[in-house]
Design a protein around this ligand. Structure first.
Ligand code: DON
Length: 561
């Protein structure tokens, strides 16, 4: 048959044949794509894909590489959420590698004798650190979903830690911001500074102890981190620095597979993070409100007003109701119901801002963090947001291990109504309890439509959810990844009661109109977020990817052989 074609058919009929039958392959992307916050991490992901790995192996490689080259954002001493889609059977799951509170943690551990929050106690140093989840999650993803051995996917990270990488201005900016705290930890100072000072741009940063720890994980799996010699070293290092970890904390750490939050919205299926991330629920509420009160046809000021009012209401419920559902009752069904959101939307005055105090109040009383998006040639996908919380986490490296610890304990509500580092308030639902996971805003997300899939997410603390909301709306409106990551952003989180706007996003007269409606509008002096997007258009357009121009990341699409 093919011989006949070659002999008899004119050249253009072959071309027509190819064009006609090309859509048959629309069931798989045929290309690999990675968008991450650092070019070397993107490269690590592509290398593992080229070696025959799938998106899940690449996610392990990118996570581990980011732990080395973007230590201010995430790391093996931190946690995260990996949202997975397996193409072969459509299985979707959120791998929850969030940190847990140590077993010796107490509800008032960051309060002084008068019940006031002790400044920085949950931000700097060993006491601020939750029990890390990343090593357990990487092993889980590699063994359950990957094709390659964990050791192979950790390879690029080990090389980067051992041989070093040239530091850039983003590193210098973040390390500069955390300089005092880094200096206070001899381990952190030795690993991230040069003689206690910021290393110059281009300095080759080698992290041999971290390489040793990664090698141990490659050899022994997660057990090499959570048990034995390294665990003992971490516990004694943490305790010597005023922390409260015990060997049991590490031995008992477990990754949890959670069913993602799924929302149907105008012919699209939005798949996002489940508790202990607040992201999926807050997004669902906002999207349901939008369904009952569309904003597309509104003039800019009215559109921003209504969206900000929706954000205000959804974030107010976040503060009031959300926490780790393995430890507290969360009225999930009600919060995810259309009736609740529609009622909230009905309360929005089209011309006036609702003062935040008029909504529920708590009862009783950048670029750090990181996101990457991956799509492989077969259609497997990963959206992952990982964190050590504040830039360089707790700024504490356990001596001898190279492990930089998170300060995720600050994501708990240290006291009802007291704001955390991102201005977020909470109450009993997010109070500290031994073994509990602190509420997060990290929202790795898929936006699915019959002909198009978009994989997205971003760091940005409390602003993550509003950024992802705007990203989802842009994806639905048909924007390409390059536009989605670049467009201006605005944010409302209930408290503080104001709309924050990126510079250059809204015209002065729009800002005036919003102020006339009763909004406080703060135009920030810098842009925020670091969104990473991969998109696959099945019927024309193919695979494309983009990394936020606010960051130093890289996105790449490589046709598979
Ligand atoms: O889990 C959370 O919501 C926070 N720890 C994330 C922190 C973050 O995104 C910082 N980035 N600017």
């Amino acid at each position: 048959m093919s011989r006949q074609l070659r002999v008899k058919a004119p050249w253009w009929s072959l071309l027509a044949f190819c064009l006609l039958f090309a859509p048959v392959r629309a069931d798989v992307p045929g290309s690999n794509a990675v968008a991450s916050a650092h070019p070397l991490a993107t490269e690590a992901g592509l290398a593992v894909l080229a070696a025959g790995g799938n998106a899940f192996d690449a996610a392990v490689a990118v996570s581990a590489a980011l732990a080395v080259v973007e230590p201010y954002g995430s790391g093996i001493g931190g946690g995260g959420f990996w949202l997975l889609h397996r193409a072969s059977d459509g299985h979707q799951v959120m791998v929850d590698g969030r940190e847990t509170a140590p077993l010796a943690a107490t509800v008032d551990m960051y309060l002084d004798a008068d019940g006031n929050v002790i400044p920085k106690a949950s931000i700097d140093g060993a006491l601020a650190a939750g029990i890390p989840g990343v090593p357990a999650a990487l092993e889980h993803i590699a063994s359950r979903y990957g094709r390659l051995p964990l050791a192979l996917s950790l390879g690029p990270a080990i090389i980067l830690a051992e041989q070093g990488f040239p530091i850039d201005d983003a590193y210098r900016r973040m390390a500069g911001f955390r300089l005092q705290a880094l200096r206070a930890s001899p381990g952190a100072s030795a690993q991230f500074l040069v003689d206690g000072e910021l290393p110059p741009s281009g300095h080759l940063l080698r992290q041999p102890q971290l390489a040793g720890t990664l090698r141990r994980i490659a050899r022994e799996g997660a057990a090499g981190f959570y048990r034995g010699e390294l665990a003992e070293q971490m516990v004694s290092g943490v305790r010597a620095a005023g922390g409260i970890w015990q060997l049991d904390d590490l031995a008992q750490y477990r990754v949890v597979e959670r069913e993602p939050v799924v929302v149907s919205y105008r012919g699209h299926r939005i798949v996002s993070a489940a508790l202990p991330s607040s992201g999926g629920i807050v997004l669902a509420q906002a999207l349901h409100m939008l369904e009952s009160r569309p904003v597309e046809a509104l003039a800019t000021a009215s559109r921003v007003h209504v969206l900000a009012e929706m954000m205000r209401r959804a974030y107010a419920d976040r503060a009031r109701y959300l926490g780790d559902s393995d430890h507290v009752e969360v009225p999930r069904q009600r919060l995810l119901s259309r009736s609740h959101a529609y009622a909230q939307a009905r309360g929005i005055d089209p011309h006036r801002a609702t003062p935040s105090q008029a909504l529920a109040t708590p009862r009783a009383g950048g670029e750090d963090t990181t996101h990457f998006s991956i799509l492989d040639r077969d259609g497997n996908r990963v959206a992952a947001t990982l964190s050590v919380n504040y830039p360089f986490g707790a700024a504490f490296v356990v001596p001898g291990t190279g492990v930089l610890l998170n300060d995720e304990m600050d994501d708990f509500s240290a006291k009802p109504g007291a704001a955390n580092a991102y201005g977020l308030v909470g109450n009993a639902a997010n109070a500290i309890e031994p073994g509990k996971r602190m509420l997060s805003s990290m929202s790795p997300t898929f936006v699915e439509a019959p002909g198009r899939v978009t994989i997205l997410g971003t760091p940005g603390g409390s602003r993550i959810i509003s950024m992802v909301l705007l990203g989802i709306l842009d994806a639905i409106a048909g924007y390409a990844p390059g536009d989605i990551v670049d467009r201006g952003r605005f944010h409302h989180q209930w408290l503080p009661d104001r709309i924050e706007v990126e510079p250059g996003t809204l015209d002065t007269h729009v800002i005036e109109q919003l102020r006339d409606m009763g909004h406080e509008v703060e135009v920030r002096d810098s842009r925020y977020g670091n969104m990473q997007v991969v998109q696959w258009r099945r019927f024309g357009g193919g695979v494309s990817a983009a990394s936020d121009p606010r960051g130093i990341g890289a996105a790449a699409v490589e046709p598979a052989d």
